[in-house]
Design a protein around this ligand. Structure first.
Ligand code: 5GP
Ligand code: MG
Length: 178
């Protein structure tokens, strides 16, 4: 399936599943090497990171904990500056080694806000593992230590990522063409 249509938009395969899995394994290996003797807490950001997290975390070969968090947005005036509340963080993160697992960092505002909120609880370290980074769009200073792909500023779906709640189930990554 080279092309898919979701609602009013058409998408074309841009990163096939095998290439995604290759990069996910690479990142998993890096994390294994860096945290060999620690017990990290992975915080998976729902919904978009659920497929990435399932593949990444099965590459991790040390004892670790996994939790799932999500944002609920308070209605704000400007979308990019919405204040987001974190749901599901029902664990003490003080002095813990945290790895945030995210689908995509675009402007970086979401990640920045998440890191600031987590930092208030004084974890030992916080690292970011993101499937994608749209580096040309980054508006804030973020140290993204682990990422699978840097991509241009095109809208993508598949492998957990959605367009209006559709498309998360597709194995490959698709880029909008129409
Ligand atoms: P940021 O706060 O970094 O601008 O936005 C990050 C969020 O925007 C991601 O977690 C994701 O939900 C959404 N996003 C940004 N770019 C894309 C994209 O190309 N495709 C999809 N499906 N979501 C995107
Ligand atoms: Mg997301």
């Amino acid at each position: 399936m080279n092309k898919i249509t979701l609602k009013d938009r058409t998408f074309k395969v841009s990163i096939p599943e095998l290439e995604i899995l290759r990069q996910v394994r690479r990142v998993g290996t890096e994390i294994n090497q860096d945290f060999a003797s620690e017990k990290p807490l992975f915080l998976v950001v729902l919904n978009g990171a659920f497929v990435f997290a399932a593949d990444l975390l099965r590459e991790i070969n040390m004892a670790c904990e996994i939790r799932f968090i999500r944002f609920s947005s308070y209605s704000g005036t400007e979308r990019s500056h919405e204040v987001k509340q974190i749901l599901g963080l029902d664990v003490d993160i003080k002095d813990r080694l945290i790895v945030v697992v995210e689908d995509i960092v675009d402007s970086g505002y979401t990640m920045k806000q998440l890191l600031e909120t987590l930092a208030k609880q004084q974890p030992k370290q916080i690292h970011i593992a993101s499937l994608f980074v749209k580096s040309d769009n980054l508006k804030v200073n973020l140290d993204i230590k682990y990422y699978c792909f840097k991509i241009p500023n095109d809208f993508i779906v598949g492998y957990g990522l959605d367009y209006d709640d559709l498309g998360r189930n597709f194995r490959d990554i698709y880029t909008v063409i129409d």
